[in-house]
Write a protein that binds this ligand. Structure first.
Ligand code: FAD
Ligand code: SF4
Length: 326
Protein backbone atom coordinates (compact mmCIF):
# COMPACT_ATOMS: atom_id res chain seq x y z
CA UNK A 1 0.00 0.00 0.00
CA UNK A 2 1.29 3.45 -0.90
CA UNK A 3 1.81 5.72 2.16
CA UNK A 4 -0.60 8.66 2.45
CA UNK A 5 -1.17 11.62 4.75
CA UNK A 6 -4.14 11.88 7.08
CA UNK A 7 -5.60 15.27 8.00
CA UNK A 8 -8.25 15.68 10.66
CA UNK A 9 -10.26 18.74 9.61
CA UNK A 10 -11.97 20.78 12.31
CA UNK A 11 -13.84 23.22 10.09
CA UNK A 12 -15.68 22.88 6.80
CA UNK A 13 -13.42 25.47 5.16
CA UNK A 14 -10.27 23.63 6.24
CA UNK A 15 -11.67 20.30 5.01
CA UNK A 16 -12.67 21.77 1.69
CA UNK A 17 -9.44 23.67 1.04
CA UNK A 18 -7.19 20.76 2.01
CA UNK A 19 -9.12 18.47 -0.31
CA UNK A 20 -9.21 20.94 -3.22
CA UNK A 21 -5.48 21.74 -2.90
CA UNK A 22 -4.55 18.05 -3.20
CA UNK A 23 -7.11 17.13 -5.91
CA UNK A 24 -7.30 14.75 -7.67
CA UNK A 25 -5.29 12.65 -5.20
CA UNK A 26 -7.26 13.55 -2.06
CA UNK A 27 -10.34 11.84 -0.68
CA UNK A 28 -12.64 12.56 2.22
CA UNK A 29 -13.08 9.91 4.88
CA UNK A 30 -15.97 9.64 7.36
CA UNK A 31 -16.45 6.17 8.88
CA UNK A 32 -13.88 4.61 6.54
CA UNK A 33 -15.87 1.39 5.96
CA UNK A 34 -15.75 1.77 2.19
CA UNK A 35 -12.71 3.87 1.37
CA UNK A 36 -10.25 1.93 3.53
CA UNK A 37 -11.29 -1.27 1.73
CA UNK A 38 -10.61 0.40 -1.62
CA UNK A 39 -7.15 1.49 -0.50
CA UNK A 40 -6.25 -1.84 1.11
CA UNK A 41 -7.38 -3.75 -1.99
CA UNK A 42 -5.21 -1.46 -4.20
CA UNK A 43 -8.23 -0.22 -6.16
CA UNK A 44 -7.48 3.34 -5.05
CA UNK A 45 -4.28 5.26 -4.35
CA UNK A 46 -4.43 8.56 -2.47
CA UNK A 47 -1.91 11.13 -1.31
CA UNK A 48 -4.11 12.41 1.50
CA UNK A 49 -7.26 11.45 3.37
CA UNK A 50 -9.18 14.39 4.81
CA UNK A 51 -11.27 13.28 7.77
CA UNK A 52 -14.67 14.89 8.22
CA UNK A 53 -15.24 13.11 11.54
CA UNK A 54 -14.33 16.15 13.65
CA UNK A 55 -16.71 18.62 12.01
CA UNK A 56 -19.11 20.10 14.51
CA UNK A 57 -22.83 20.07 13.74
CA UNK A 58 -22.58 17.28 11.16
CA UNK A 59 -23.73 14.59 13.61
CA UNK A 60 -27.15 16.05 14.38
CA UNK A 61 -30.67 14.95 13.51
CA UNK A 62 -33.06 17.91 13.68
CA UNK A 63 -36.77 17.28 13.34
CA UNK A 64 -39.17 20.22 12.98
CA UNK A 65 -42.55 21.13 11.46
CA UNK A 66 -40.76 21.75 8.18
CA UNK A 67 -39.15 18.34 8.05
CA UNK A 68 -35.93 16.61 8.93
CA UNK A 69 -32.27 17.59 8.68
CA UNK A 70 -29.71 14.81 9.03
CA UNK A 71 -26.02 15.67 9.31
CA UNK A 72 -23.70 13.77 6.97
CA UNK A 73 -21.83 12.19 9.90
CA UNK A 74 -24.94 10.63 11.44
CA UNK A 75 -24.44 6.87 11.44
CA UNK A 76 -26.76 4.46 9.67
CA UNK A 77 -27.52 2.82 13.03
CA UNK A 78 -28.84 6.12 14.39
CA UNK A 79 -30.97 6.69 11.28
CA UNK A 80 -32.43 3.19 11.61
CA UNK A 81 -33.38 3.68 15.26
CA UNK A 82 -34.23 7.39 15.57
CA UNK A 83 -37.85 7.54 16.72
CA UNK A 84 -38.81 10.56 14.58
CA UNK A 85 -37.46 8.81 11.48
CA UNK A 86 -39.03 5.43 12.30
CA UNK A 87 -42.44 7.07 12.79
CA UNK A 88 -42.53 9.75 10.10
CA UNK A 89 -40.08 8.53 7.43
CA UNK A 90 -40.34 4.73 7.74
CA UNK A 91 -38.84 4.00 4.30
CA UNK A 92 -35.63 5.75 5.36
CA UNK A 93 -35.35 3.89 8.68
CA UNK A 94 -36.04 0.58 6.91
CA UNK A 95 -33.43 1.32 4.22
CA UNK A 96 -30.78 2.19 6.84
CA UNK A 97 -31.66 -0.93 8.83
CA UNK A 98 -31.21 -3.06 5.71
CA UNK A 99 -27.59 -1.98 5.17
CA UNK A 100 -24.78 -4.47 5.84
CA UNK A 101 -24.20 -5.55 9.45
CA UNK A 102 -24.66 -3.85 12.86
CA UNK A 103 -20.90 -3.24 12.98
CA UNK A 104 -20.91 -1.38 9.65
CA UNK A 105 -24.09 0.52 10.48
CA UNK A 106 -22.52 1.66 13.75
CA UNK A 107 -19.58 3.23 11.91
CA UNK A 108 -20.84 3.99 8.38
CA UNK A 109 -22.28 7.46 7.94
CA UNK A 110 -25.04 8.98 5.84
CA UNK A 111 -22.54 11.00 3.74
CA UNK A 112 -20.30 7.99 3.20
CA UNK A 113 -23.23 5.78 2.26
CA UNK A 114 -24.38 8.22 -0.42
CA UNK A 115 -20.82 8.66 -1.77
CA UNK A 116 -19.63 5.03 -1.55
CA UNK A 117 -18.08 3.68 -4.74
CA UNK A 118 -19.60 0.95 -6.92
CA UNK A 119 -19.43 -2.72 -5.96
CA UNK A 120 -18.96 -4.12 -9.49
CA UNK A 121 -16.50 -6.98 -8.93
CA UNK A 122 -14.35 -5.90 -11.89
CA UNK A 123 -14.13 -2.37 -10.51
CA UNK A 124 -13.20 -3.74 -7.06
CA UNK A 125 -10.41 -5.91 -8.44
CA UNK A 126 -7.01 -4.34 -9.13
CA UNK A 127 -6.67 -6.83 -12.01
CA UNK A 128 -9.29 -5.19 -14.22
CA UNK A 129 -8.64 -1.75 -15.64
CA UNK A 130 -12.21 -1.09 -16.78
CA UNK A 131 -13.93 2.03 -18.13
CA UNK A 132 -14.70 3.27 -14.63
CA UNK A 133 -11.00 3.25 -13.77
CA UNK A 134 -10.05 5.06 -16.99
CA UNK A 135 -9.56 1.87 -19.02
CA UNK A 136 -11.02 1.04 -22.39
CA UNK A 137 -13.51 -1.73 -21.83
CA UNK A 138 -16.39 -2.85 -19.65
CA UNK A 139 -15.72 -6.43 -18.60
CA UNK A 140 -19.34 -6.89 -17.47
CA UNK A 141 -20.95 -6.22 -20.86
CA UNK A 142 -20.83 -9.82 -22.05
CA UNK A 143 -20.41 -12.02 -18.98
CA UNK A 144 -20.10 -11.99 -15.21
CA UNK A 145 -22.98 -9.54 -14.95
CA UNK A 146 -25.38 -11.26 -12.55
CA UNK A 147 -25.44 -8.28 -10.17
CA UNK A 148 -25.39 -5.53 -12.77
CA UNK A 149 -27.89 -3.02 -14.16
CA UNK A 150 -31.04 -3.76 -16.15
CA UNK A 151 -32.13 -0.13 -16.49
CA UNK A 152 -30.53 3.18 -17.46
CA UNK A 153 -27.06 1.87 -18.34
CA UNK A 154 -25.21 2.25 -21.64
CA UNK A 155 -21.45 1.64 -21.44
CA UNK A 156 -20.88 0.88 -17.76
CA UNK A 157 -23.42 -1.37 -16.07
CA UNK A 158 -22.88 -0.62 -12.37
CA UNK A 159 -25.77 -0.48 -9.95
CA UNK A 160 -25.74 2.22 -7.32
CA UNK A 161 -24.96 0.42 -4.04
CA UNK A 162 -26.71 2.71 -1.54
CA UNK A 163 -29.98 1.56 0.03
CA UNK A 164 -30.47 4.86 1.82
CA UNK A 165 -30.30 6.87 -1.42
CA UNK A 166 -33.27 4.97 -2.84
CA UNK A 167 -35.46 5.82 0.15
CA UNK A 168 -34.28 9.45 0.21
CA UNK A 169 -35.25 9.91 -3.45
CA UNK A 170 -38.73 8.52 -2.80
CA UNK A 171 -39.03 11.00 0.10
CA UNK A 172 -37.98 13.96 -2.11
CA UNK A 173 -34.84 14.73 -0.12
CA UNK A 174 -32.41 17.57 -0.81
CA UNK A 175 -28.63 17.16 -0.52
CA UNK A 176 -26.64 20.04 0.99
CA UNK A 177 -23.08 20.25 -0.31
CA UNK A 178 -20.41 22.37 1.39
CA UNK A 179 -17.30 23.94 -0.09
CA UNK A 180 -14.84 26.63 1.01
CA UNK A 181 -17.18 29.45 -0.01
CA UNK A 182 -20.40 28.11 1.52
CA UNK A 183 -23.18 25.68 0.68
CA UNK A 184 -25.18 24.68 -2.36
CA UNK A 185 -28.12 22.34 -2.41
CA UNK A 186 -29.95 20.21 -4.93
CA UNK A 187 -32.72 17.61 -5.14
CA UNK A 188 -31.13 14.23 -4.46
CA UNK A 189 -32.09 13.09 -7.96
CA UNK A 190 -29.72 15.74 -9.37
CA UNK A 191 -26.88 14.72 -7.01
CA UNK A 192 -26.25 11.34 -8.65
CA UNK A 193 -24.92 11.04 -12.19
CA UNK A 194 -24.81 7.98 -14.41
CA UNK A 195 -21.57 6.79 -16.06
CA UNK A 196 -22.87 8.15 -19.37
CA UNK A 197 -22.60 11.65 -17.88
CA UNK A 198 -19.37 11.08 -15.94
CA UNK A 199 -17.65 7.71 -16.16
CA UNK A 200 -15.27 8.42 -13.28
CA UNK A 201 -17.70 9.63 -10.60
CA UNK A 202 -21.18 8.78 -9.35
CA UNK A 203 -22.18 12.25 -8.18
CA UNK A 204 -21.78 15.95 -8.98
CA UNK A 205 -19.25 16.79 -6.23
CA UNK A 206 -16.37 19.02 -7.39
CA UNK A 207 -12.89 19.00 -5.78
CA UNK A 208 -13.22 20.43 -2.27
CA UNK A 209 -16.94 19.68 -2.01
CA UNK A 210 -18.52 17.27 0.46
CA UNK A 211 -22.02 16.35 1.59
CA UNK A 212 -22.78 18.18 4.83
CA UNK A 213 -26.42 17.28 5.39
CA UNK A 214 -29.61 15.94 3.86
CA UNK A 215 -33.01 17.60 4.25
CA UNK A 216 -36.36 15.85 3.88
CA UNK A 217 -39.66 17.74 3.72
CA UNK A 218 -42.27 16.75 6.31
CA UNK A 219 -44.75 14.42 4.63
CA UNK A 220 -48.46 15.30 4.74
CA UNK A 221 -50.60 13.42 7.27
CA UNK A 222 -51.87 10.98 4.60
CA UNK A 223 -48.42 9.88 3.49
CA UNK A 224 -47.09 6.33 3.95
CA UNK A 225 -43.75 4.94 2.84
CA UNK A 226 -41.92 1.64 2.70
CA UNK A 227 -38.54 0.19 1.63
CA UNK A 228 -38.20 -3.44 0.53
CA UNK A 229 -34.94 -5.13 -0.44
CA UNK A 230 -34.21 -8.50 -2.05
CA UNK A 231 -30.82 -10.00 -1.13
CA UNK A 232 -29.08 -13.17 -2.20
CA UNK A 233 -27.72 -13.76 1.30
CA UNK A 234 -30.01 -12.86 4.18
CA UNK A 235 -27.28 -12.24 6.83
CA UNK A 236 -26.07 -9.11 5.03
CA UNK A 237 -25.82 -8.17 1.42
CA UNK A 238 -26.24 -5.47 -1.16
CA UNK A 239 -29.59 -5.29 -2.97
CA UNK A 240 -30.26 -7.56 -5.91
CA UNK A 241 -33.25 -5.30 -6.30
CA UNK A 242 -34.96 -2.88 -3.96
CA UNK A 243 -37.86 -0.47 -4.02
CA UNK A 244 -38.90 2.56 -2.02
CA UNK A 245 -42.45 3.80 -2.34
CA UNK A 246 -44.07 6.90 -0.90
CA UNK A 247 -47.82 7.34 -1.34
CA UNK A 248 -50.06 10.18 -0.22
CA UNK A 249 -53.61 8.88 0.25
CA UNK A 250 -56.69 11.04 0.80
CA UNK A 251 -60.27 9.72 0.91
CA UNK A 252 -59.06 6.32 -0.28
CA UNK A 253 -57.48 7.89 -3.38
CA UNK A 254 -53.77 8.13 -4.16
CA UNK A 255 -53.02 11.83 -4.54
CA UNK A 256 -49.22 11.56 -4.90
CA UNK A 257 -46.86 8.67 -5.59
CA UNK A 258 -43.10 8.27 -5.86
CA UNK A 259 -41.67 4.85 -6.68
CA UNK A 260 -37.87 4.43 -6.81
CA UNK A 261 -35.88 1.33 -7.73
CA UNK A 262 -32.51 0.31 -6.28
CA UNK A 263 -29.94 -2.34 -7.24
CA UNK A 264 -30.97 -2.22 -10.89
CA UNK A 265 -29.48 0.98 -12.37
CA UNK A 266 -26.33 3.12 -12.07
CA UNK A 267 -28.32 5.67 -10.05
CA UNK A 268 -31.33 5.36 -7.73
CA UNK A 269 -33.98 5.01 -10.42
CA UNK A 270 -37.30 6.88 -10.47
CA UNK A 271 -40.10 5.43 -12.58
CA UNK A 272 -42.35 8.44 -13.33
CA UNK A 273 -44.67 6.36 -15.54
CA UNK A 274 -45.57 4.36 -12.42
CA UNK A 275 -46.06 7.50 -10.31
CA UNK A 276 -48.48 8.91 -12.93
CA UNK A 277 -50.35 5.62 -13.24
CA UNK A 278 -50.85 5.37 -9.47
CA UNK A 279 -51.87 9.00 -8.94
CA UNK A 280 -55.64 9.44 -8.95
CA UNK A 281 -56.42 5.73 -8.47
CA UNK A 282 -58.69 4.50 -5.69
CA UNK A 283 -56.50 2.36 -3.46
CA UNK A 284 -58.87 -0.62 -3.69
CA UNK A 285 -58.73 -0.57 -7.47
CA UNK A 286 -54.95 -0.60 -7.96
CA UNK A 287 -53.74 -3.58 -10.03
CA UNK A 288 -50.40 -4.07 -8.26
CA UNK A 289 -49.16 -6.71 -10.72
CA UNK A 290 -49.71 -4.32 -13.63
CA UNK A 291 -47.91 -1.57 -11.68
CA UNK A 292 -44.95 -3.94 -11.14
CA UNK A 293 -44.78 -4.74 -14.86
CA UNK A 294 -44.96 -1.05 -15.77
CA UNK A 295 -41.96 -0.33 -13.52
CA UNK A 296 -39.71 -2.63 -15.59
CA UNK A 297 -41.10 -1.96 -19.05
CA UNK A 298 -37.82 -0.35 -20.20
CA UNK A 299 -35.55 -3.05 -18.75
CA UNK A 300 -32.67 -4.27 -20.91
CA UNK A 301 -31.15 -7.20 -19.01
CA UNK A 302 -27.64 -8.50 -19.67
CA UNK A 303 -26.70 -12.16 -20.24
CA UNK A 304 -26.90 -13.23 -16.56
CA UNK A 305 -29.42 -10.91 -14.93
CA UNK A 306 -32.83 -11.25 -16.58
CA UNK A 307 -34.02 -12.63 -13.19
CA UNK A 308 -33.87 -9.01 -11.97
CA UNK A 309 -36.73 -8.01 -14.29
CA UNK A 310 -39.21 -10.43 -12.70
CA UNK A 311 -37.82 -9.82 -9.24
CA UNK A 312 -38.14 -6.05 -9.50
CA UNK A 313 -41.69 -6.24 -10.88
CA UNK A 314 -42.67 -8.38 -7.93
CA UNK A 315 -40.86 -6.12 -5.41
CA UNK A 316 -42.80 -3.10 -6.71
CA UNK A 317 -46.08 -5.02 -6.57
CA UNK A 318 -45.37 -6.10 -2.98
CA UNK A 319 -44.37 -2.62 -1.83
CA UNK A 320 -47.43 -0.92 -3.33
CA UNK A 321 -49.66 -3.69 -2.03
CA UNK A 322 -48.27 -3.28 1.47
CA UNK A 323 -48.88 0.48 1.49
CA UNK A 324 -52.41 0.37 0.13
CA UNK A 325 -53.42 -2.14 2.77
CA UNK A 326 -52.00 -0.08 5.67
C1 FAD B 1 -19.42 -5.90 3.99
C2 FAD B 1 -20.15 -4.65 3.56
C3 FAD B 1 -21.50 -4.74 3.25
C4 FAD B 1 -22.19 -3.60 2.85
N1 FAD B 1 -23.53 -3.70 2.55
C5 FAD B 1 -24.21 -2.57 2.19
C6 FAD B 1 -25.60 -2.62 1.90
O1 FAD B 1 -26.26 -3.66 1.99
N2 FAD B 1 -26.22 -1.45 1.55
C7 FAD B 1 -25.54 -0.27 1.47
O2 FAD B 1 -26.17 0.76 1.18
N3 FAD B 1 -24.23 -0.21 1.73
C8 FAD B 1 -23.57 -1.32 2.09
N4 FAD B 1 -22.24 -1.25 2.36
C9 FAD B 1 -21.56 0.01 2.20
C10 FAD B 1 -21.59 0.80 3.50
O3 FAD B 1 -22.90 1.20 3.75
C11 FAD B 1 -20.68 1.98 3.30
O4 FAD B 1 -19.36 1.46 3.34
C12 FAD B 1 -20.84 3.05 4.35
O5 FAD B 1 -22.15 3.54 4.41
C13 FAD B 1 -19.90 4.19 4.01
O6 FAD B 1 -19.91 5.13 5.04
P1 FAD B 1 -18.55 5.62 5.69
O7 FAD B 1 -18.88 6.75 6.56
O8 FAD B 1 -17.80 4.49 6.29
O9 FAD B 1 -17.81 6.11 4.36
P2 FAD B 1 -16.25 6.19 4.02
O10 FAD B 1 -15.71 4.82 3.80
O11 FAD B 1 -15.55 7.07 4.97
O12 FAD B 1 -16.37 6.94 2.61
C14 FAD B 1 -16.99 6.32 1.52
C15 FAD B 1 -16.83 7.20 0.28
O13 FAD B 1 -17.55 8.40 0.43
C16 FAD B 1 -16.68 9.54 0.46
N5 FAD B 1 -17.23 10.37 1.54
C17 FAD B 1 -17.38 10.02 2.85
N6 FAD B 1 -18.09 10.97 3.49
C18 FAD B 1 -18.37 11.93 2.57
C19 FAD B 1 -19.08 13.17 2.63
N7 FAD B 1 -19.67 13.61 3.75
N8 FAD B 1 -19.16 13.91 1.49
C20 FAD B 1 -18.58 13.48 0.33
N9 FAD B 1 -17.90 12.31 0.22
C21 FAD B 1 -17.82 11.55 1.34
C22 FAD B 1 -15.28 9.01 0.69
O14 FAD B 1 -14.30 9.80 0.04
C23 FAD B 1 -15.38 7.63 0.05
O15 FAD B 1 -15.19 7.70 -1.35
C24 FAD B 1 -21.52 -2.36 2.78
C25 FAD B 1 -20.17 -2.27 3.09
C26 FAD B 1 -19.48 -3.39 3.48
C27 FAD B 1 -18.02 -3.27 3.83
S1 SF4 C 1 -19.82 -2.25 -15.12
FE1 SF4 C 1 -18.63 -0.36 -14.96
S2 SF4 C 1 -17.38 -0.70 -13.16
FE2 SF4 C 1 -18.05 -2.72 -13.89
S3 SF4 C 1 -16.54 -3.48 -15.37
FE3 SF4 C 1 -18.07 -2.37 -16.53
S4 SF4 C 1 -17.18 -0.30 -16.67
FE4 SF4 C 1 -16.16 -1.30 -14.96
Amino acid sequence: MKPFKFEQATTAVQASQTHADAAPNARFISGGTDILGEIKESVLEVNILVSLAGLSGASEIISSDLGLEIGALVTLARIASDQSIVETYPALAQAAESVATPQIRNVGTLGGNLCQRPRCWYYRSPLFDCLKKGGETCFASDEGNKYHAILGAENCHIVHPSDVAVALLALDATVVVSNASGDRQMPIGDFFVSPDVNMLAENVLEPGEFVSKVKIPKPSSGTRSVYLKAKERQAYDFALSSVAVSLEVRDETITQAHVVLGGVAPVPYSVPQVDSELTGQKIREVDVQAIGQLAVKDAQPLSDNSYKVRLTASMVARAVSRLISE
